[in-house]
Ligand binder design. Structure first.
Ligand code: SF4
Length: 871
């Protein structure tokens, strides 16, 4: 589990600490809003004359502006309808149904349909009739309450409420004001990518939903259509507006309009359209709303094409998501301005002229600021901010408070980390914790982590360190898959975390009272949190420090050991540098898994047993591996031993049934280790067996090395090249294979090899061509991939050869280790030479990092001392 944050929680970007601390002011507003909401239908019922005006042109008209100014999450806590939907929870009788997959995909259509229906109702019944308004308010409150009684969590707010998508349209992805969250105290994981937990996460995760696109694009037209209908009905704007010469605003006081709405129109008041009086108002209004919404959808879909073309010309990242985001932003801006061109006007324009004008300035400013703030936003910014915030939550500078502004705080943290030894040492660990937390919350996917390069650069985290972090987290992921208590979605984590807290409290009470566990209470708790039996068992297991999760993890390690052993056997059938490298990687993975097994079982095994376990598991003989696993039965609890043995047998059988080397390699492209994936893929490519399906999958891999290898193989396949190596320049994995073949680098780990490979460039030299000249400055080492390089010294007017170096050797290291002019000229021999030129700094880093390289260099230097004319 991620370590608990050790430092104070930082405010979100753009939000002050005081605001996060003092959200109590929301609570009184919530009660006032509820009181208004309850009083409103009573008022409407008894004061017919002002009902429509107060409800529609004041209260409802003010709502979008209020939501934008106050922020999404605060509104979600204030909303009176949300209160009604939560009454069953307060009464401890919450609903238990969960939204279906269909609803999850299509809920935008549902809430849009409810909103559409509500607008239509306004035009035919509730606009100017106090009694209808009262009934409408009562029905919608009851709908919220009944949904809360049937469905779990905030199903009403998330899936059905007609305002739910409007709140989002005006505030996504992160609104004018960033707010914390409005998550439920008892989370039941009722919604994927829950906006109450994190609005922006929900936005980016759902941006590609077809339903969302439809609603965002149709909404501005629907708003316009609603107000345009007043004109179409009356043939004049005077029906809608007030206080404009000759205008009446009669709609706000039209009791009983419903009685004629479904009948053919007879006069100007009952007409459907002014130009088609006979059409019933109910039909004319629904047609207007539908046509305008549809036209709006088509207009914005068309606009999206132009925005796409424009962005692709202007930006390098004009991808589909960005195009949709920009179009969403423009649609929201249009809808907001359209709404406030009409909403409130019949009452506003009755006030002294300065007030409506000031109000309109406020609207224009709010809309423009919102547009400017949201249009530039990208999912990458969100991912970076989330990770940065997670890093800063682990603020380690006790001598100062974190600044209010996220960027400033991050800057200070970064600078201090660089300057301070403690900070520098902790940076990678903090980074790992932060990546782990962000991944586990589902805010950033593994595939998106590689996009956070600028953040890594600010923290000066090397690519190889990042790769190590990701490899370690990939190992943990396997445990997550087999442990329901740690499954990866932010809702699931919140649900199980809140359930775990409640269960812990209950267990604490039981233990303190020395009493018996009350089953019915736990059942009640489970039903309130919608926790399954399996999840309950996992949480309990976790609380009680059980070994269930551990057993699953160890079983996976046993499987890794067996996979590695079987694959190495297969690779032995055909020797090649690529196969050697892959074997080395698998050996490392196996050693890692054996270590985890030994550590995991250290409580149960004697030292002797642990030693024989390590030796047995690393044996190439299957019988020895089986034997040590069988022996575990004597020391481990039955359940764990059975699980380990089953995992071993299953894996052994699965691996043995792979008919060819190609099948084995294809399986290894699923490894959690990116280096194994990349090299297995390359080996497949060498066999001409990297098919399109594999390549497509690997092109979307989270690791750059795998993607690069896949892209290369795809390119080769498209060019119809016969062999994967037949191309101008080596790709990283090829350089890694070549470097590893040089004895001096043969013991390097894949991360260090990748770093060297990236820091090197290859060159081809014709016979006699100089790699470097005697006397010139040099900061590169040459690793000879093929051919031969001669060491030449000046001799009078000519040169004489004093030594040579062949493939697998390196040369030119003296000028790097002890900066001085080159002491000799290096020339390709008569067969030419293919070399990797390695930057001095990368070489020195490798030397410092791995003692075996230093030993290799010393050995070579010693040999050269015996042959003093070497460079
Ligand atoms: S997912 Fe959890 S926090 Fe979000 S609305 Fe549902 S119950 Fe509340």
């Amino acid at each position: 589990m991620p370590a608990a944050p050790t430092a104070r929680t930082l405010p979100l970007a753009g939000q002050s600490q005081t605001e996060t601390d003092n959200e109590q002011w929301v609570e009184p507003i919530r009660w006032v809003a509820l009181a208004v909401f309850v009083v409103l239908p009573v008022f409407a019922f008894f004061v017919q004359r002002f009902a429509g005006r107060v409800v529609w042109t004041v209260m409802i008209a003010a709502l979008p502006l209020f939501i934008v100014l106050i922020g999404y999450h605060r509104w979600r806590r204030i909303c009176p309808l949300a209160f009604f939907s939560q009454i069953p929870v307060m009464l401890r009788r919450p609903g238990t149904l969960k939204a279906s997959e269909w609803l999850e995909r299509n809920y935008y259509y549902v809430s849009f349909a409810v909103f559409f229906f509500s607008l239509w109702l306004r035009l035919i019944a509730t606009n100017g009739s106090g009694a209808s308004i009262s009934i409408f308010f009562i029905i919608i409150s009851l709908a919220a309450l009944v949904t809360g009684a049937l469905y779990t969590g905030k199903t009403w707010c998330n899936y059905f409420c007609p305002v739910s998508f409007i709140e989002k349209i005006y505030t996504e992805p992160h609104g004018l004001r960033t707010t914390l969250n409005s998550q439920c105290e008892k989370c039941t994981a009722c919604k994927h990518a829950c906006p109450d937990i994190n609005e922006e996460n929900g936005y980016w995760k759902e941006i590609n939903l077809t339903a969302k696109r439809f609603v965002y694009y149709a909404f501005p037209g629907l708003v316009f259509g609603f107000y345009f209908y007043y004109y179409l009905q009356a043939g004049t704007w005077s029906y809608y507006f007030t206080r404009v010469e000759g205008y009446s605003g009669a709609w706000v006081n039209q009791p009983g309009i419903i009685w004629t709405a479904f009948l053919p129109g007879r006069d100007s008041e009952t007409a459907g359209f002014f130009f088609m009086q006979g059409m019933p108002r109910s039909l004319a209004s629904v047609l207007t709303l539908a046509v305008c919404a549809l036209l709006s959808f088509l207009l914005f879909s068309w606009l999206q094409i132009f925005i796409g073309a424009y962005l692709r010309r202007r930006e390098t990242d004009g991808d589909a998501q960005r195009v949709r985001h920009v179009t969403f932003s423009i649609a929201a801006f249009t809808a907001f301005l359209t709404f406030y061109t009409f909403a409130g006007a019949p009452t506003l324009w009755k006030l002294p002229w300065a007030i409506p004008h000031l109000f309109l300035i406020l609207i224009a400013l709010t809309a423009t600021l919102t547009l400017a703030r949201r249009v530039r936003r990208q999912s990458k910014d969100f991912a970076e901010e989330t990770l940065a915030r997670s890093i800063l939550r682990r603020w380690i500078w006790d001598d100062m408070q974190p600044p209010r502004d996220l960027h400033e705080a991050f800057l200070i943290h970064t600078i201090r980390s660089r300057e301070n030894a403690r900070g520098a040492a902790q940076t990678i660990e903090i980074y790992k914790e932060a990546v782990r937390e962000t991944l586990a919350n589902g805010f950033v996917t593994r595939e998106e982590v590689h996009l956070l390069e600028s953040l890594r650069n600010q923290l000066q985290i090397k690519k190889s360190d990042h790769d190590k972090v990701m490899a370690a987290l990939a190992d943990e992921d396997r445990a997550l898959l087999s442990d329901p208590a740690r499954q990866v979605t932010v809702e699931k984590r919140l649900q199980l975390a809140t359930y775990s807290r409640a269960l812990e409290q209950f267990l604490g009470k039981i233990l303190a009272a020395d009493g018996n566990a009350d089953d019915s209470f736990v059942r009640q708790l489970r039903s309130e949190y919608r926790v399954t039996e399996e999840e309950h068992a996992a949480v309990l297991d976790d609380l009680l420090g059980g070994s269930r999760g551990l057993a699953a993890r160890l079983a996976e390690e046993i499987a890794t050991v067996e996979r590695a052993a079987k694959t190495m056997q297969v690779l032995d059938l055909q020797k090649s540098p690529t196969h050697d490298f892959l074997k080395d990687l698998l050996r490392r993975r196996r050693a890692h898994s054996v270590e985890i097994l030994a550590r995991g079982l250290s409580f149960s095994l004697e030292e002797e047993e642990a030693i024989s376990l390590r030796a047995g598991l690393c044996s190439p003989e299957e019988s020895e591996r089986v034997s040590v696993i069988e022996q575990l039965r004597a020391s481990l609890p039955q359940a764990i031993a059975d699980k380990l043995l089953a995992a071993y047998r299953e894996t052994s059988l699965a691996e043995s049934s792979l008919p060819t080397m190609t099948d084995t390699l294809a399986q290894r492209t699923h490894s959690v280790d990116p280096y194994v994936r990349a090299v297995a893929l390359y080996a497949l490519g060498e066999r001409g067996a990297a098919d399109t399906k594999i390549l497509v999958r690997m092109l979307g891999d989270e690791h750059e090395l795998v993607r690069e290898t896949a892209a290369h193989l795809k390119e080769r396949a498209e060019m119809g090249a016969d062999t994967v190596g037949a191309h101008d320049h080596l790709i990283t994995v090829e350089k890694m294979i070549a470097l590893r073949s040089a004895p001096i680098f043969s013991s390097l780990g894949p991360g260090a090899l990748a770093e060297l490979a990236r820091a090197s460039r290859e060159d081809e030299y014709a016979a006699g061509q100089a790699l470097c000249m005697e006397g010139e400055e040099g900061n590169e080492v040459f690793i000879i991939l093929s051919g031969e390089v001669n060491v030449m010294l000046r001799d009078g007017l000519g040169e004489k050869m004093v030594n040579s170096e062949v493939a697998g050797g390196f040369i030119g290291e003296l000028a790097v280790l002890d900066p001085a002019p080159r002491s000799a000229t290096l020339r390709a021999s008569e067969h030419g030479a293919h070399v990797l030129r390695l930057g001095g700094e990368a070489f020195r880093n490798a030397l410092n990092a791995d003692p075996s390289i230093a030993a290799g260099v010393i050995r070579t230097l010693a040999q050269r001392l015996r042959h003093p004319h070497d460079e």
